[in-house]
Design a protein around this ligand. Structure first.
Ligand SMILES: [Zn+2]
Length: 49
């Protein structure tokens, strides 16, 4: 599962309502995050791998 950060367009590993693979808390700015089935584009540790 992936979650997209809409202001940047970057797709992270994780789900809306939780933490991304690289450590962002999607609950802090919930309107910025949407569940996505797109390919993960974040290159930080935890999302990339
Ligand atoms: Zn990430």
């Amino acid at each position: 599962m992936a979650v997209k950060h809409t202001p940047t367009g970057i797709v992270h590993s994780g789900v809306k309502g939780g933490r991304t693979g690289c450590g962002f808390n999607t609950n802090e700015n919930p309107t910025h995050w949407v569940d996505s089935h797109s390919t993960i584009t974040c290159d930080k540790n935890g999302c990339k791998n």
